[in-house]
Design a protein around this ligand. Structure first.
Ligand code: SF4
Length: 371
């Protein structure tokens, strides 16, 4: 009975949603020319950043890498540099793996087959559904948090949307109900969730095209839905970050190949406070040094939060031997298990062009530039 009612509600909602989408959708670069590649890039970027913030990254990425072949060939360090600020770097690494596979196996063209798209590295049910429906007109749903919220509210469904079983239920249900304009339907749900049926607070029901159908609205439950289990609390790590500058160059360290922010460049950081920087930290103690505390910064990852104190350290220009001494000292201080080639003094141009520094250090990076 419940299932029949759910089907009926969604079927009734579809024409209202499509019509609303036609008149209210935002004009976005990837929507105007929805090639598989453009949809793919935008969907991966949108998984981690708001639409408005994605625009700039998207244009820059597309102008440097206009197609799958270019993505397959670009050197990894340059790729990561293009992704700088977006976070979740493994996603773009996976995109490159997938692009290489597409070049090898499909002649550089995204296959127009849901299953083949879904098998590509880094492409899950959601992205496969989005590419299939928006770029190829194939009737597959694309279920993300927005869609789950809208569905739970329209049908007053109290299943926990963080559970895989709930996602599966909605995937299967919507798969049966996909209208001919499947790409627009998927996008209408995403758009409604982003613009009207908002999370964290009161949705804008009076502007909603399905208000007259919505069960949550009728039963005054829009604020209690969707049901979502509390996330586990994040672990907090306290770190001290050092911007060490001399002769216009700053010391950078490449993170390990595995784990959080794998292979990216960072400002050296550790758990030892700057007050305890040993005197011998300076080569021979002979160089003048300025050490200033910077503003604190916080960066939130999915399972961990970094609470960071920053220290700006400027020394008189060092010769090569003294640079080496500093690097050895920093290796010891930060207790990293890295090799010498994972450390570099980089000038501003190199930092901008060559070394991808993740957004976690953005505050210190900007501050360092104005010191
Ligand atoms: S009526 Fe309100 S709760 Fe229901 S779908 Fe529309 S915005 Fe969401």
């Amino acid at each position: 009975m419940k299932e029949r009612e759910t089907h009926r509600l969604i079927q009734e909602a579809i024409p209202f949603l499509l019509q609303w989408y036609d008149y209210n959708r935002r004009i976005l670069p990837w929507r105007e020319e929805p090639t598989p590649y453009r949809v793919w890039v935008s969907e991966i970027m949108l998984q981690q950043t708001r639409v408005e913030a994605v625009r700039g990254y998207y244009d820059r990425f597309l102008s440097r890498l206009p197609g799958i072949r270019e993505l397959a060939q670009v050197p990894e360090e340059e790729l990561l540099k293009l992704w700088e600020g977006l976070g979740y770097y493994n996603r773009v690494r996976n995109m490159q793996k997938a692009a290489k596979l597409i070049v090898e196996q499909y002649g550089g063209e995204m296959p127009s087959d849901y299953r083949k798209i879904r098998e590509l590295p880094g492409i899950g049910d959601y992205t496969a559904g989005a590419i299939s429906s928006i770029a190829f007109g194939l009737p597959y749903p694309a279920i993300d948090g927005n869609v789950l919220r809208v569905m739970s509210r329209i049908t007053c469904d109290t299943s926990d949307i963080s559970k895989e079983a709930t996602k599966k239920y909605w995937r299967e249900t919507l798969l049966e109900l996909m209208p001919e304009r499947c790409g627009d339907f998927n996008q209408s749900l995403m758009e409604l969730g982003a613009m009207v049926c908002l999370p964290n607070g009161k949705p804008l029901c009076e502007q909603c095209p399905v208000m007259q159908l919505c069960r949550a609205f009728q039963e005054d439950k829009e604020l209690t839905l969707p049901v979502k289990a509390e996330k586990k609390e994040r672990r907090i790590e306290k770190r001290n970050v050092y911007i060490f500058r001399q002769n216009g160059k700053e010391l950078l360290h490449r993170r390990p190949k595995k784990g959080l922010l794998a292979g990216l460049w960072e400002y050296p950081n550790c758990l030892i406070s700057a007050e305890n920087l040993p005197e011998e930290f300076l080569p021979g103690g002979s160089k003048r040094i300025i050490k200033r505390e910077m503003k604190k910064a916080k960066h939130i990852f999915s399972h961990v939060e970094w609470h960071m104190d920053g220290y700006f350290i400027e020394a008189e220009p060092l010769n090569q031997r003294e640079e080496e001494q500093i690097i050895q000292e920093m290796m010891r201080l930060t207790e990293t298990e890295s090799n010498r080639e994972d450390w570099v003094f980089a000038n501003k141009e190199e930092r901008t062009q060559e070394y991808p520094i993740p957004a976690a250090f953005e505050k210190f990076k900007r501050k360092g530039e104005t010191e």
